[in-house]
Design a protein around this ligand. Structure first.
Ligand code: XMP
Length: 516
């Protein structure tokens, strides 16, 4: 029997750090998931059916408790007998709703600060008298109701940490999840293990066991079809499903024509060798036809998503499959707006792109709770070829969202060549290990140049190289100029249609990693 997993729920009040909190906890082998801030006690009860909810973390957020529309928490949530830790806005909120005094501060405190720890207990157990912490707040807790006591202060913040005198309710004004809080990890571990008494029982082996058991529970003796793109997510989902249901699984690889150079051949060669039902569908003309004249990025994504499903439905009918399996991962789910209050950022083709009249009985998503690096760990456990486990992420709609404006066969040819040059040059260096993604984008803008002895008017190619942990945030990489120079001169020399190459120096946020 598979035991329920100890879980810490993060109630998301709109913090940009919610994912960071979840990841820090998971790194300690305790499962963590982000839920909307207004989750009800009844909904927590529903979670309890499958997970052992050991603690609740109230995240930070952009609001002030005094805003008329500020997200609040009901006092019932503090009385559930589940330990609570409020961080930043969460800290102010707990103090405020329990009768403490919270005031708008005279001065906004931002950046490094030193906390004086008066009582090193509970979340602060084992900490020194003075701790380097990272703050970002305006409202400040000045005093607490009599049931609570202050545990730490900073120069501008009389109650920088507190606890309930009898129950496991804590607040920290600072952010333990960011690396700038020197002992932040210790604080989170104190909460997870000392206060919540969680067991570090969330490992990739447990995950695999659970994922494999879950698939037959959903599909019974039915046949399953999987959308296999050859990327790390769908390949891992396919390998799990293949172990779970064997030959009742058919993997369908749709070549929509938006893959990188040599990619369709690689995917076909890899999966045809494995012991599974594998079908490759050449749908290049069909996709290009549907995208004719389309320039709106969201529309492109919706069309590609729908067309994907139509192709699958056709194949599923042929093999008699009633279930669709997908490699959707956790950030796809969150970024598609399936978890309030995170805003919808982009429509990931494999989630919100599903047509309403879909013919499948159910969609199975075994990786839906994992971050990308966790998927990589699972891929390694499954002995997937290294080339797949190490591949950089690639969007489902492929190069179609790396061509700004209308997608045409000619533009696809240009961006494929440019992408190959970027990949070749980066992979010659050790930069490959540092970069999360490296690729080319074809803009819809032309620019004047000189090629040979004459004036040329050609396309602008953008190079994007980013470093990231899980794609929720990313930084452009400061890669050496010599490498950029090599890439630039190769692109302008080898691709006649391109006259200019630029480097994207925007972090995520405010940009996204992909251009569309
Ligand atoms: P953005 O552009 O949102 O990308 O910062 C975050 C990560 O997701 C990848 N990406 C996608 N993956 N289907 C996918 O499977 C999609 O529609 C999609 N769009 C973006 C992107 O490459 C990056 O790693």
């Amino acid at each position: 029997m598979i035991m329920p997993t100890d879980t810490i729920l993060i109630l998301d009040f709109g913090s940009q750090y919610s994912h960071l909190i979840a990841r820090r906890i998971r790194e300690n082998l305790v499962y963590s998931e982000i839920v909307p801030y207004d989750i009800s006690p009844e909904e927590i009860g529903e979670w309890q059916a499958e997970f052992l909810i050991k603690g609740l973390i109230l995240s930070g957020g952009p609001n002030s408790v005094f805003d008329s529309d500020a997200p609040k928490i009901s006092s019932e949530m503090l009385g559930l007998n589940i330990p609570v830790l409020g961080l930043c806005y969460g800290h102010q909120l707990v103090a405020y709703v329990t009768g403490g005094s919270v005031k708008p501060a005279k001065k906004r405190e931002f950046g490094q600060a030193y906390a004086t720890i008066k009582k090193p207990v509970g979340v602060l157990k084992g900490l020194k008298g003075r701790e380097k912490v990272w703050m970002s707040h305006s409202d400040t807790v000045f005093s607490l109701s009599t049931e609570y006591e202050a545990l730490a202060s900073t120069e501008n913040c009389p109650v920088a940490a507190f606890r309930h005198k009898e129950r496991a309710i804590y607040g920290l004004q600072w952010h333990p999840e960011v690396v700038h809080t020197e002992n932040g990890d210790k604080m989170l571990r104190n909460f997870v293990f000392e206060v919540c008494k969680s067991e570090p029982n969330w490992t990739m082996d447990d995950f695999l066991l659970k994922a494999k058991a879950e698939i037959p529970e959903v599909v019974g003796s039915g046949k399953v079809i999987v959308a296999l793109s050859g990327g790390i997510d769908s390949s891992t989902a396919t390998a799990i499903a293949s172990e779970a249901v064997g030959k009742r699984l058919t993997a369908v690889f749709v070549d929509h024509g938006f893959m990188r150079e040599e990619e369709p051949e690689f995917v076909e060669a890899t999966f045809q060798r494995l012991d599974m039902n594998f079908i490759a569908v050449d749908a290049r003309k069909r996709f290009l036809r549907r995208l004719k004249g389309v320039i709106n990025p969201e529309q492109k994504r919706m069309i590609i998503g729908e067309e994907f499903i139509r192709v699958f439905e056709g194949e599923a009918r042929k093999v008699g499959a009633e279930y669709l399996l997908q490699g959707t991962i956790y950030p796809d789910r969150v970024e598609s707006g399936l978890s309030k209050p995170s805003e919808k950022i982009k429509t990931h083709h494999n989630v919100a792109g599903l047509p309403a009249d879909m013919e499948f009985k159910a969609v199975v998503e075994p990786l839906r709770d994992l971050y990308k690096d966790e998927v990589r760990k699972v891929a390694q456990k499954l002995d997937l070829p290294m080339k797949i486990a190490e591949r950089q992420p690639f969007p489902g709609p492929g190069l179609a969202v790396r061509i700004v404006g209308e997608v045409t066969a000619r533009k696809l040819d240009i961006v494929k060549k440019a992408d190959k040059i970027v990949t070749d040059e980066i992979e010659k260096t050790s930069l490959k290990n540092r970069l999360w993604q490296y690729f080319a984008i074809l803009t819809d803008t032309r620019s004047t140049g000189v090629k040979g002895d004459s004036r040329a008017y050609g396309y602008i190619i953008v190079i994007r190289c980013v470093e990231s942990q899980e794609a929720m945030t990313a930084s452009f990489s400061r890669i050496p100029y010599q490498i950029l120079e090599k890439i630039s001169s190769r692109i302008t020399n080898e691709i006649p249609e391109v006259t200019r190459v630029v480097y994207d120096i925007t972090h995520k946020p405010p940009a996204t990693i992909e251009w569309e």
